[in-house]
Design a protein around this ligand. Structure first.
Ligand code: 6PG
Length: 474
């Protein structure tokens, strides 16, 4: 029997499509699923697309792989992943590679990588973005793990990944959990992108009384400019959709409670640990949480809002476009800061420009705009914040008046825009010469003798607040 080049275990939609993508690129693909029926179904339906080597159990699956073995696990992230990894590892030999293509938490990936390294097995936690369609036709692939594993896997991953101007949307992200970390931040940014889009839609609908179909046209128009991206494109599609049963706009028949599988929450948790203000992602995550409390929403429904309702004219559309673009720049700047901080903390040596490059295609947040981020890091790899890049600084400068008008309008008519407002507050906070953090420090010293630093000399100081209020070196 011919041995397979690579294997996929876990053949739900993502796994099945990834296996098909590999087969279509000429690789012989070992396939396995907990229930054999699904494996048979894949071979029956798509066997004509390439070479599949089906196995009924994991031992046969591992035996059907060329050495060093390359096995991709595509199971739902969680405890189940550990079980599959353990079973696979027991069947494998030093030098073999286990690739986890699910949305695992990067800490789990770090733990698993360290444990398997002890046994000589390479563990590669990889982010794969692009949903079902991407898995089949070219996702963005973000693998972590050892350099050796990248040498053996990289060419295959780059082969099946999306390409933008001929450049594959996959690079070796970094050691151990780096790949899953970068995918996590990708998802966090995905949350904030969607929140900003949702705020744009909501504000324009409430302020102008525009219909979803009219707003679909607005998004379609925006997609021809700076905002050109997959999420803007599909927003137009969703807003245009009419419910067949009621004839109402589709968006009006969907329950307004946004769910999550947890990667946005993880991003915010990690950002808190790293001390990076990812306010855009946090607001997006909390906005989902707020939407998911119907009992509180019902109890608060009688609270009064402002008297003002419809305001402004068509010029609000262009203002919102600029506010969306500016807020998006802030959200990405924050996400990239988080990757930079993690890179330092975990010793990953992440190439931020390369991360922008592999997100240009295949993934959910793919956008023209990522070219500009890459250019910013090309120009200055140690850029302290994307906001300081001259191109982005100029965009923010142009957009800021519109941005402020949008936040003002939203506040006046009582439409919540936490994404826009917090992004603007971040922009204003970061650019400030003096922040009121000085007063916070004073208060901390007053009640807790936590000390402070002075602007004019070195050292830490404490004022004897309860005594003579003289200052002492701490
Ligand atoms: C992707 C997506 C994918 C998934 C998210 C959705 O990159 O292809 O990000 O990973 O759609 O996990 O996340 P929520 O269910 O948390 O919104």
């Amino acid at each position: 029997m011919d041995l397979a080049d690579i294997g996929v275990t876990g053949l739900a939609t993502m796994g099945r499509n990834l296996a098909r993508n590999l087969a279509r690129h000429g690789y012989a693909v070992a396939v396995h699923n907990r229930t054999y029926g699904r494996t048979q179904q894949l071979v029956k339906e798509f066997g004509g697309e390439g070479t599949f080597v089906p196995s009924e159990d994991l031992a046969a699956f591992v035996a059907s792989l060329k050495r060093p073995r390359r096995a991709i696990i595509m199971v739902k992230a969680g405890a189940g992943t550990d079980a599959v990894i353990d079973q696979l590892a027991d069947l494998m030999e030093p030098g073999d590679m286990i690739v986890d293509g699910g949305n695992a938490h990067f800490d789990d990936t770090r733990r698993r990588e360290a444990a398997l390294r002890e046994r000589g097995i390479h563990f590669v936690g990889t982010g794969i973005s692009g949903g079902e369609e991407g898995a089949l036709n070219g996702p963005s692939i973000m693998p972590g793990g050892s350099k050796e594993s990248w040498e053996a896997l990289g060419p295959i991953l780059q082969d099946i990944a999306a390409k933008v101007e001929g450049v594959p949307c996959s690079v070796h992200v970094g050691p151990d959990g780096a790949g899953h970390f970068v995918k996590m931040v990708h998802n966090g940014i995905e949350y904030s992108d969607m929140q900003l889009i949702a705020e744009s839609y909501d504000l324009l609908r409430q302020a102008l009384g525009a219909t979803p179909a009219e707003l679909a046209e607005v998004f379609r128009e925006w997609n021809r400019g700076d905002l050109d991206s997959y999420l803007i494109e599909i927003t137009a599609e969703v807003l245009d959709q009419v419910d067949a049963e009621t004839g109402k706009p589709f968006v009006d028949i969907v329950v307004d409670q946004a769910e999550q599988k947890g990667t946005g929450r993880w991003t915010v948790q990690s950002a808190l640990d790293l001390g990076v203000p990812v306010t855009g992602i946090a607001e997006a995550t909390f906005a989902r949480a707020l939407s998911g409390h119907p009992e509180q929403r019902a109890a608060a429904a009688a609270l009064r809002g402002p008297k003002l309702s419809g305001v402004g004219g068509r010029e609000l559309i262009e203002d919102v476009r600029q506010a969306l673009y500016a807020s998006k720049i802030v959200a990405y700047a924050q996400g990239f800061d988080q990757m930079a901080a993690a890179s330092k903390e975990y010793g990953w040596d992440l190439d931020l420009g390369a991360m922008a490059t592999i997100w240009r295609g295949g993934c959910i947040i793919r956008a023209k705009f990522l070219d500009r981020i890459r250019a910013a890091y090309d120009a200055d790899p140690s850029l302290p914040t994307l906001l300081a890049d001259p191109t982005f600084a100029a965009v923010l400068d142009t957009a800021q008046e519109a941005w402020r008008r949008v936040v003002t309008t939203a506040v006046q008519i009582g439409v919540p825009t936490p994404g826009f407002s917090s992004a603007l507050a971040y922009y204003d906070g970061l650019r400030r010469d003096r922040l009121p953090a000085a007063l916070v420090q004073g208060l901390r010293d007053y009640f807790g003798a936590h000390t402070y630093h002075r602007v004019d000399k070195e050292g830490a100081f404490h004022t004897d607040w309860s005594g003579d209020r003289a200052e002492h070196s701490a």
